[in-house]
Design a protein around this ligand. Structure first.
Ligand SMILES: O=P(O)(O)O[C@H]1O[C@H](CO)[C@@H](O)[C@H]1O
Ligand SMILES: O=c1cc[nH]c(=O)[nH]1
Length: 235
């Protein structure tokens, strides 16, 4: 038991899928896992453990933004022994060829800062996905019949962002999409010799203004979850 997670020792699997939204955690656990049981509800941040094709898996919310994700990922890795962390999140498309509901595999994530910046100080650390997981997710997507976009994303601290000049420059440099957690997840995984990957679904488009309703962000991203699970436990 930690400050933010009430699970007993052994209640968290070595593999953890992390959506930002706790209601997405509940939906994923109840839809995809066998015998899911709730192992955390502190502050309404839901965590479930069950099995997928016989493999133990935990689905645990991260909350929104890097400070929130940092709390849960630190406790999951350091106190509960999580070794593989896959973010399953929504994101906003930043390129014209990226469409609503497309799946993105984040190779790397730019940021202005992360909670780890105080540690890394003057270094512009380059957070990157675990190659084995990224390769497995690309293969799983192909087997699924889904063509993912694979490349860099933007982990921002500000959902309501008035610095459109920054978005323009990042778009110009090929950044696929914006979300709010991956740069810190990858940095923490590197620090603790864990494996991490973000598998994202496009929920809205920064250029067209198109957007999915919030219920679909909570319970609509089936392909993303199937690809994340298949990547974690390849045949
Ligand atoms: O849908 P989730 O996983 O929460 O991800 C995205 O949605 C939230 C913003 O609405 C941020 O957490 C962002 O990263
Ligand atoms: O952080 C996010 C997530 C989804 N869509 C956005 O525009 N930003």
């Amino acid at each position: 038991m930690t400050i933010h997670i009430a699970a007993a020792p052994g209640d968290i699997a070595p593999t953890v899928l992390m959506p930002g939204d706790p209601m997405r955690a509940k939906w994923v656990a109840e839809t995809f896992l066998d015998n899911p049981r709730c192992v955390n509800d502190v502050r309404g941040m839901l965590g479930y453990t069950g099995t997928w094709h016989g493999n133990p898996v935990t689905i645990h919310g991260s909350g929104m933004g890097m400070p929130s994700l940092s709390i849960y990922a630190n406790e999951l890795i350091r106190d509960y022994g999580a070794r593989t962390l896959i973010r399953i999140g929504s994101c906003g498309a930043m390129q014209p060829h990226v469409n609503l509901r497309d799946v993105i595999l984040a190779m790397t994530a730019s940021s202005i800062s992360t909670p780890s910046s105080t540690l890394l100080r003057e270094v512009n650390f380059a957070p990157c996905a675990d190659w084995g997981l990224l390769q497995a997710a690309a293969n799983a997507a192909q087997a699924h019949g889904t063509t993912p976009h694979i490349g860099g994303i933007w982990s921002t601290d500000t959902f309501y962002d008035d610095r459109t000049d920054l978005t323009d420059q990042l778009t110009r440099h090929g950044t696929l999409a914006v979300e709010m957690e991956t740069a810190e997840l990858y940095t923490l995984a590197a620090r603790h010799q864990a494996r991490a990957l973000s598998v994202l679904t496009v929920s809205d488009h920064l250029q067209t203004g198109a957007a999915l309703p919030s219920d679909q962000r909570a319970t609509g991203f089936v392909a993303m979850v199937e690809i994340a699970l298949a990547a974690t436990f390849p045949d």
